[in-house]
Write a protein that binds this ligand. Sequence first.
Ligand code: FAD
Length: 429
Amino acid sequence: MAPKRIVIVGGGAGGLALASKLGRKLGRSGKAEICLVDKSPVHIWKPKLHEVAVGVIDQSIEGLLYRDHGLKNGYRFLRGELIGCDPLKRQITLSKVLNHEGEQLLDERHVAYDALVLAIGSVSNSFNTPGAEQHCIFLDNLESANVFHNKLLDNLLLLDETKEKLSIGIVGAGATGVELAAELYHVLESVKDFGYLHIDKSHLEIHLIEAAQQLLPGLPDKVGAGAQSVLDHIGVRLHIGVQVKEVTKEGFITQDGVLIPAGLKVWAAGVKGPELLRQFTFLPLNQRNQIEVDACMRVKGQEYIYALGDCSSLIMDNGKCVPPRAQAAAQMAATLYKNLVNRLQGKAELPFRYQDYGSLVSLSRFSAVGNLMGNLRSGSLFIEGYLARIMYMSLYQRHLASLYGWFSALVYRLAQRLLKWHRPKLKLH
Ligand SMILES: Cc1cc2nc3c(=O)[nH]c(=O)nc-3n(C[C@H](O)[C@H](O)[C@H](O)COP(=O)(O)OP(=O)(O)OC[C@H]3O[C@@H](n4cnc5c(N)ncnc54)[C@H](O)[C@@H]3O)c2cc1C
């Protein structure tokens, strides 16, 4: 049966791009009804969450309002958290919506679908480390980024009075940990301009702890080494090849029993599928709680349910899983878009082919490092510095283009730049 009602749950890097494309192609013309569900009313591209956390970007400028965007792009936005799914009735259940006072605004609701796409992303994986859930912040969503931001502001206030040291510990030197560490130094360098006259970067002590033998594990050695040299230079304390066995109020206790002190603690070591997925017994899950899908992103054993992005597990021809990255989510969205249109037109679906274009990691104003991969070269090309920064910024531009189209994305970016120009460079409130 051709899917006339397509419901996408999760408006992140993959889900929002898919809803926008389907909305413009099928929703506007009434060929299908496209509905996007998200628990948040605002979209911030997840790779920018650490920038929200430190106040380098302001969600009121960078945030996209789903409702408004849906109206302009041919899809209907429903705010709500997915809590139930009945594949036989082909309907999902959304939780109640409460207001700021905790009073009920909307009751639980059912939403019917002909095709369902699960794109609810991932959460940080604490690997059951004792104390991690209790003492660490997980940069999983806008709320947790705001929690970090508020704690950082509290600490800045205190620091300005006491002139003591602020110690921040980050577990996991993947893109999140590395980018956050660099961004924090940048912020501490700049706070004098915002009236925190007694603070400079000598008051900051950042510990970046990584169990693997290099920073940015999973990326080529040269990229990890490039990031290491920049972080070393700016003063980040690197603990490489060190495993955390417990987290306490005081800090991180390593496998060797050493305490790495940290007042503010962030856990950014690996991801897994959201716990919620365990409740849906019809979903085949891998060890990391991700939904197992076939080459066309269809959930194994389900005719009308698809999954993409971080919450999915698609095994490629080389036997590896498609990595949990923004570029993978965007590529999956592009293929699923074609497949859903094809299905509506009675044409065959195409298998997903992941193309790794390389990875770029921002080191704030200090630099950027990464590797580029392409069809023209065999192997990968290491890049760093200004060129890598430009390439890094172009990734976000591509995401915007998938949401607005290239021309509108350029205008939107320009407008954001102008707004930022006359507003403070940091959001320290
Ligand atoms: C700080 C940071 C930096 C990163 N940097 C990079 C990078 O440089 N390059 C890169 O490729 N990747 C990076 N990543 C990873 C990248 O952000 C993810 O791989 C990507 O966002 C996954 O896209 P997605 O669409 O699967 O999920 P997401 O973008 O996480 O979107 C999931 C959406 O689902 C919604 N949702 C979740 N649960 C529910 C529910 N129950 N009901 C309704 N809605 C729900 C959420 O609100 C969210 O909008 C970074 C991640 C972080 C945290």
